[in-house]
Design a protein around this ligand. Structure first.
Ligand code: HEM
Length: 524
């Protein structure tokens, strides 16, 4: 009896094992060998040069070597023509292979779109076959279920739900919170009680941006959200490590120390986000009535979950969506904005004549407490020009990515299914063909008549917030915050580049100052 049971079990298990093993093996061969071979064939047939493909590692070693080589020759002074330092592989490979080339990030094909018309075509495309790339299966779950990862009808619904959170009236109501958070930071600085002191603005402004996002969008204080931000920073570091190594299917399920750490961080973020959301739903129940503080992003999303408001018949948001969007807004809104403000302060410190001009403008625009008002914010023309020039020279998101889910035509190229298209915004922003011979100089004047007239190109080559339907939803929020923070600082301090400052913009998801931005703050 027992032996026949064993025979039956073995007879069932062996074929199952063979089928599972065979499917895994085929998926492995497809992802790591057949797909890259096909992409290479399609691209090369069109005369596009593909860098040599090696299984698993692709061109990761060359890429790392080029970055190392660039870093071994540090920039000697504050030069704005640093693009070849931040993304050396792009410029080196263009030199070697011409404008049309593809390389291999592990087994994934990456193809730079070097023509602004092609970039525009992709950004405005309504094709369901072009999307933002999904995270690597073994990547960290930083922004799952949020606008940056979802598609189609679901994306449209989320975007429509969240848009009211960024309307002019709503932004206006955020000015007092943004000013209060900034004041608290400045008060902390002033306890140092010395005429001149050094501040690394890159480090100091991160928690400020986090605080502002937490309070304006989620009604919670930074103290509560602090852990989420810190854990997201850690996730970015973990993602960096994952990206620099080859993708091996299945390895992500093995409970290695690294994987277990990733899982713990993910779980903790979800728990903390859920806690913020639950606190709000509890408060709603207790209050019974809609209070004025409830129409922030979190309030809008809870409305969509609870089926309130218009247009909720066919779609609604679930808890996973709210967690996803909350994580996305924390991740997308914090570091981009603080980095933009940090680079702008560096530029103003490096160009004292502009610092003086902007300070004069700010003086006339601020109220008695030293902050711009909702009316005067729009009159800060010089500051807007400086911010645009800063976003041009130091775009926080220097490269955007899109994925072809089927063979798609972009301009003259047939981009094969499974290729990641790289949109090198930073290269467009520094290109003399579009900006003239002074492309790498700080010249805010070029934005005097607005951003559309600033370049000499017919196509749009100024894309710090992207363009098309998926452009940055947080653009007005970020610019308002930048104006408030910079105005408040300039009114109180003269800023000077510290002797400790080392100019080293590097590309690690965003364009970061590798050694921070230490500036000397002199009280006025
Ligand atoms: C200076 C600061 C900022 C810059 C330079 C910036 C830049 C960008 C860019 C280039 C994109 C498009 C990315 C892509 O298509 O791959 C984007 C999308 C997005 N940004 Fe920003 N961003 C900034 C601030 C913010 C802020 C403050 C928030 C939130 C409060 C935010 C939330 C988002 C979201 C949710 C998306 C996805 C939009 C969609 O798909 O509908 N960003 N941002």
């Amino acid at each position: 009896m027992a032996s026949s049971f064993l025979v039956v079990t073995v007879a069932l298990l062996v074929p199952t094992f063979i089928i599972v093993f065979h499917s895994l093996w085929m998926a492995f061969v497809e992802a790591l060998w057949l797909t890259p071979r096909r992409i290479k064939r399609v691209l090369e047939r069109q005369g596009i040069k593909c860098l040599p493909f090696r299984i698993l590692i692709g061109n990761l070693p060359e890429l790392a070597a080029l970055c190392e080589e660039a870093k071994s020759q540090p920039l000697s002074c504050i030069k704005h023509d640093y693009a070849a330092y931040a993304i050396p592989y792009y410029y080196r490979w263009i030199e070697e292979y011409g404008d049309n080339f593809a390389f291999w990030q592990g087994s994934q094909a990456r193809f730079f779109l070097t023509n602004p018309d092609d970039v525009k075509e992709v950004l405005y495309s309504r094709s369901p076959h072009i999307s933002r790339p999904k995270r690597r299966p073994d990547g960290v779950k930083l922004i799952d279920n949020g606008l940056l990862q979802i598609e189609g009808e679901r994306w449209s619904f989320h975007r429509r739900t969240l848009n009211p959170g960024f309307l002019p009236e709503k932004l206006k109501s955020m000015i007092p919170i943004m000013s209060r958070c900034t004041m608290e930071m400045i008060e902390r600085w002033s306890t140092k009680n010395v005429k001149k002191h050094e501040i690394d603005v890159f480090t100091e402004l991160k928690p400020l941006s986090a605080d502002i996002i937490a309070r304006t969008a989620f009604g919670s204080s930074y103290a509560e959200a602090r852990q989420i931000f810190e854990l997201q920073q850690e996730q970015l570091l973990l993602e960096g490590k994952i990206q620099s190594r080859p993708f091996i299917p299945g390895v992500r399920f093995i409970p290695t120390a690294f994987n277990r750490h990733c899982w713990r961080v993910e779980k903790r973020i979800e728990e903390l986000t859920l806690r913020i959301i639950e606190k709000r739903t509890q408060r709603r129940k207790l209050d019974q009535h809609e209070d004025a503080q409830d129409d922030d992003l979190l309030g809008l999303m809870i409305d969509a979950m609870e089926d309130r408001g218009v247009e909720r018949k066919t779609m609604s948001m679930g808890m996973a969506d709210i967690i996803g969007e909350s994580k996305t807004f924390f991740a997308a809104g914090q570091e981009t904005t603080s980095t933009c403000i940090s680079w702008t302060l560096m530029l103003l410190a490096a160009h004292p004549e502009w610092q003086e001009r902007v300070r004069e403008e700010v003086r006339t625009a601020c109220d008695a407490v030293g902050f711009p008002t909702s009316d005067s914010l729009h009159r800060l023309k010089l500051l807007s020009m400086v911010l645009n020039e800063s976003l041009r020279l130091y775009p926080p998101l220097p490269i955007m990515l899109r994925m072809s889910k089927k063979d798609v035509r972009v301009g003259k190229t047939l981009v094969p299914k499974g290729t990641v298209m790289m949109l090198p915004i930073i290269a467009f922003h520094h290109d003399q063909r579009y900006w003239g011979p002074d492309a790498n100089e700080f010249r805010p004047d070029r934005f005097r008549d607005g951003s559309s007239k600033a370049s000499q190109s017919k196509s749009s080559v100024f894309l710090p917030f992207s363009s098309g339907p998926q452009f940055c939803i947080g653009q007005p929020f970020a610019l308002q915050q930048a104006k408030i923070v910079i105005s408040a600082i300039l009114l109180r301090y003269r800023i000077i580049i510290s002797p400790q400052y080392r100019h080293s913009p590097i590309f690690a998801f965003i364009l970061q100052p590798e050694f921070g931005i230490p500036l000397l703050f002199e009280s006025i």
